[in-house]
Design a protein around this ligand. Structure first.
Ligand SMILES: O=c1ccn([C@@H]2O[C@H](COP(=O)(O)O)[C@@H](O)[C@H]2O)c(=O)[nH]1
Length: 236
């Protein structure tokens, strides 16, 4: 069965999150993402609150630090009951291994999943080459990071759906490709550079969608969520 799209709760505070969630049927268990904006303003209680309501939580803090610091932080995050969390693959194999160890130790279960950011979906090939001084194709850099994350024992990566086929070839069949940069029309330009529609993401082999503004800023967020979910499931 296709996993539900993950809704990015990119709101400044809990009041606005509650107002948004109140639009959905009370018994609908959602898969939601807490990013830096919400976590830094509301703290770990925000995670506990959403988990207590029966929602699955992707805690997207994109950790990137020395291995010891990341391990200890992941141990703390694991205790919150998150289903999914992430680090930057650029932190390296040793850091990713430490993150995985800390997460599983803190969670006291193997259900929590850890994935790595490859190249942000807001990064274009031209930007990557000029600003990161990476002398490679963007897809090569993404696949390289995915292979490193796989070697470190992570469960998958965050990437654009455009890179999902190459990642699946280069890793293993159950390696997750979690894909933001989802838009209902691919020519809609904003800060996201590597963008696909929900149906195209399914065709390309994404494991799961992450969708923020197309849902949170829609006139009817529940309808937008259901439309995206239906388009995704139809092709999955
Ligand atoms: O490469 C990445 C990693 C994370 N994100 C996060 O996903 C959502 C996307 O929101 P939209 O409003 O649908 O653009 C957002 O929370 C990002 O922090 C990403 O976009 N790309």
């Amino acid at each position: 069965m296709a996993e539900r799209p993950i809704i990015a709760l990119d709101f400044p505070d809990r009041v606005q999150v509650a107002r948004f969630l109140a639009k959905f049927p009370e018994d609908e268990a959602l898969y939601v993402k807490i990013g830096m904006e919400l976590f830094y303003s509301e703290g770990p209680d925000m995670v506990r609150w959403l988990v207590a309501q029966g929602h699955d939580v992707f805690l997207d803090l994109k950790l990137y630090d020395i291995p010891h610091t990341v391990e200890c932080t992941m141990r703390a995050l694991g205790k919150l009951g998150v289903r999914l969390t992430d680090v930057h693959a650029a932190g390296g194999q040793e850091m990713m291994e430490a993150a995985k160890y800390g997460l599983l130790d803190g969670a006291q279960s193997s259900a929590a999943r850890l994935i790595a950011i490859t190249q942000l979906t807001s990064t274009s090939e031209q930007q990557m080459q000029a600003e990161q001084l990476v002398n490679a194709k963007l897809a090569e850099s993404v696949v390289h990071y995915a292979q490193l994350a796989n070697k470190a024992g992570l469960d998958g990566v965050v990437c654009s759906a455009l890179e999902a086929p190459a990642i699946q070839q280069a890793t293993r069949s159950d390696f997750l490709c979690v894909t933001p940069g989802i838009r209902l029309a691919e020519n809609k330009k904003d800060d996201q550079k590597r963008v696909v529609t929900p149906a195209r993401a399914a065709e390309l082999g994404s494991s799961q969608l992450v969708v923020g503004r197309p849902i949170t800023q829609a006139a009817d967020p529940v309808k937008a969520y259901q439309t995206i979910k239906a388009l995704w499931e139809a092709e999955k």
